[in-house]
Design a protein around this ligand. Sequence first.
Ligand SMILES: *Cc1c(COP(=O)(O)O)cnc(C)c1O
Length: 367
Amino acid sequence: MTAVFPAAQIDISALQHNLECVRAAAPDSKVMAVLKANAYGHELALVVSALAAADALAVARVSEGVEIRARGCQRRIVVLEGVNNSEELALAERYRAELVIHRQDQIDLLQERERSASFVIWLKLDTGMNRLGFPQAEAAVALNRLREMPQVVQPVNLMTHLASADLRSHKMSEQQIHSFDTVCAKETGELSIANSAGLLAWPASRRDWVRPGIMLYGISPFADQTGADLGLKAAMHFRTRLIAVRLVRAGECVGYGATWTAKRDTWIGTAAAGYGDGYPGNLPSGTPVGVNGQRRPLAGRVSMDMIAIDLGPDPVGRVGDTVTLWGPGIPVEEIAGLAGRLSYEVVCGVSRRVPRLAEKEKQTTRS
Ligand SMILES: *Cc1c(COP(=O)(O)O)cnc(C)c1O
């Protein structure tokens, strides 16, 4: 790895491979790649250029859309939470962001703009998740208002979000899709329902657009499968190095709280990464890390900047060797499971002090 460590190496070709997997799963849909929260921690700028083949990009907030547009990206950008005030609306107009509308007062804001403005709109329907959107009973009124507004590009597009698409046998997705269809039956705008789990598990949710996030990063949306099981490639390789290796005698302890005791004489490696880097601080002893192609267990508690690894009596690593925290051979899904967290949270949680580095030979500069 590079001289900088810890580092999150972002595998550009893995991102591109995962986009191809989306295309294969939903061949008749256009792809709105979801890049919110710094592209799920993978660094927005890197992912925007890596996924140059995506038909549109989606972010949660206007500020994220501005960041993409300001880099010269000319693609469609959709703001999933829409705007909350006239300042955000002005930014959205200036940076040509498409807006999700999920509240009446967002329509009021639009109506206050000059009639010459033209916004591409995605009306968000709440089909049961009860997070954002117009319930079925209020959708017609909202649609009628939007239809008559010169500020709105016609026809209006419609979308909803699935609450339990990752649960393959849960009835809710079918009900949500049905509810969406009830409202959209006569609409001519573009339609979108599916997130990653939806497009993989619920064929009926693949409409004009799919909105994959997590699977683009090579991570499975399902609890019982890893990204690799689904043919995806991990986009983030979170790596560091051993900065100390010492012999610990049987009966001696390692780390804060002396929670780990050597059962035999063994070599303990100290690696430079801890919860201050976003490596989950509650990971237990025994959590695997990769050292020279082998899985070795954490010994004792995670510190802010360091972890201890049992390298064995015949140590598998030396000072300077690379340690894989997650990435090839160490699925982030496994680490998240051991930490009792979602993979989404774990990749989003990699701290700012960890540089994200595009894997050089494969780097692309298109936007
Ligand atoms: C985050 C998000 C997605 C992507 O979901 P994944 O589970 O990461 O595929 C799609 N649509 C909306 C509205 C979202 O907020």
